[in-house]
Design a protein around this ligand. Sequence first.
Ligand SMILES: N[C@@H](CCC(=O)N[C@@H](CS)C(=O)NCC(=O)O)C(=O)O
Length: 231
Amino acid sequence: MMIDFYYNFGPNPMKVALFLEEAGLPYRLVPVDMLRGEQFSPEIVELNPNSKLPIVVDDGVAIFDSNAILLYLAEKYQRFLPAAEHRAQLLSWLMFVATGLGPYSGQAVHFRHYAPEPKDYAVQRYAFEARRHYDVLEGHLANRQWMVGDAFSIVDMATWGWIRNMDYVLGPDARAELPNVVRLLAAIDARPAAQAAAGLREKHAFKAEFDKEARQAMFRHVEPAKQPAAQ
Ligand SMILES: N[C@@H](CCC(=O)N[C@@H](CS)C(=O)NCC(=O)O)C(=O)O
C-alpha cells in the first residue's frame, strides 16, 4: 500500500500532510511547483481537472480537494474521525472550512498582498469576510478544546492549514484578538506530526520568485500564458 501525495506548502496541502504524518501512513511525495505552472500538466489535470493541490492517489484511487481527502482518508483508515454522535458537527465544520474560512482567506491574501491598485474596496471586503470567519472560530472555541467533539480530529487539521497562516491572511495585529484560535494553533503546532509536516519544506526547493512565469501560472486573468501556435 502506498499513497502518492501531490503537494506544495500551501494551506490546503498542509492539512493533508498533517493527516498523513499523524496517521503514520507510508506516502511518496510528489512536489508540484505551481509558480512554474506544473499544476496544468496533463498528468495533474488527469488526476484533478481543477489543476490544484493537494491530490492524493491511494491504491490507484485519485482524490482531490483537501477537505474531501481528509474525510476520505479518515473514513478509509478509521483515524481522526469524531465519534459518530458528532457526525453533523463534523460535516458542518468541515464545510465551513472548505467553503468559508479557506476561500475568503485565500482571496484576502490575494487582494492584500498581490492585487494592483486601486484595491481598497476589495481589500476591505475580503479582509472583513476573512476576519468574520476567524471570529466565528474564536467564538466556537471559547468553551471547547477541539473543533468537534472532545478529541483532535480531521476538522482541527483542516482548520490548522489556515490558522497557521493567520498573520499573512489578517495582518499581524489579529493574533492578539483571537486567543482561542491561537490556543488551538499552539496545541496543534506542538504535535510531532505537525512539526514533521512543517519540515516537508526542507525536502524540495520550490520556486520562490514571483516573475512573469509565475504570474502566467497564477494570475491568468491578467497574464494569459502564450498559447501554442494554431496548427
Ligand atoms: N478547494 C481546494 C483548493 C486548493 C488550492 O487552491 N490549492 C492551491 C495551493 S494551496 C493551488 O493549488 N493553487 C494553484 C493555482 O491556483 O493555480 C482544496 O481545498 O484543496
